[in-house]
Design a protein around this ligand. Structure first.
Ligand SMILES: Cc1cc2nc3c(=O)[nH]c(=O)nc-3n(C[C@H](O)[C@H](O)[C@H](O)COP(=O)(O)O)c2cc1C
Length: 193
């Protein structure tokens, strides 16, 4: 028996994305964003409020990075989602994290997170229901220790965390349970029979 829970953003899992950009003074701004996704082979879209210090930095600099938060840096990731650069001038420095300017664009790469998408701002989409920044992914930086022998990012090594918007939990990832475009093969064959 299903129970009606009313309207809510009931999608799970959500990513824990660390969005970072330099503001007009060159200070790194960074925030936690769960409402983000891939929207093209080289595009990422982030639904982030236009008033966030990080959003203003993205719009001012025309570039940003998106890192995948890992379990080892969960406290820092959460801090970036609580504190705001609008009130705390040295928010990023106070996180204890460090950054290095990306080679490809003028945006900070947070040193401690294992995987980072390096993006140029492609578009800001603003409608009655949406404020989103869309980035063109010009490069992806990954620590060698999260790569498989074939050089691909290995989720089992990444330690990425995911966000639950039902109870505001962070969850671990890692256990592989199947292979996409394969787990349903038997059903595809049976459907054709
Ligand atoms: C788990 C988590 C997920 C969040 N996801 C988003 C999001 O998707 N979009 C958004 O605008 N704010 C999101 N926030 C809130 C911002 O990270 C927060 O307001 C932050 O203080 C903004 O920092 P800034 O003003 O320094 O840029 C999230 C916060 C947390 C803790």
């Amino acid at each position: 028996m299903k129970k009606s829970l009313g309207s809510m953003p009931a999608v799970f899992p959500m990513p824990v994305l660390m969005v970072a950009a330099y503001d007009a003074d060159g200070t790194p701004q960074a925030m936690n964003a769960a409402w983000g996704t891939i929207c093209g082979m080289d595009k990422v879209a982030l639904c982030i409020d236009e008033d966030h210090a990080t959003t203003k930095a993205v719009r001012a600099s025309g570039a940003f990075t998106v890192a995948l938060a890992d379990e080892a840096h969960m406290a820092e990731a959460d801090y970036l989602g609580i504190a705001t650069g609008n009130k705390l001038a040295d928010k990023f420095a106070k996180s204890g994290l460090t950054e290095t300017r990306a080679e490809a664009v003028n945006a900070p790469v947070i040193d401690q997170f294992p995987v980072t998408l390096v993006c140029e701002l492609a578009e800001v989409v603003q409608t009655d229901h949406l404020h989103a920044v869309v980035g063109t992914i010009v490069d992806v930086l990954a620590e060698e220790d999260v790569l498989s022998e074939e050089g691909k990012i290995d989720p089992a090594k990444l330690g990425a965390i995911i966000f639950d918007q039902f109870q505001s939990g962070y969850y671990a990832t890692g256990a592989k349970v199947g292979q996409a475009w394969n787990a349903g093969k038997e059903l595809v064959l049976a459907a054709k029979a």
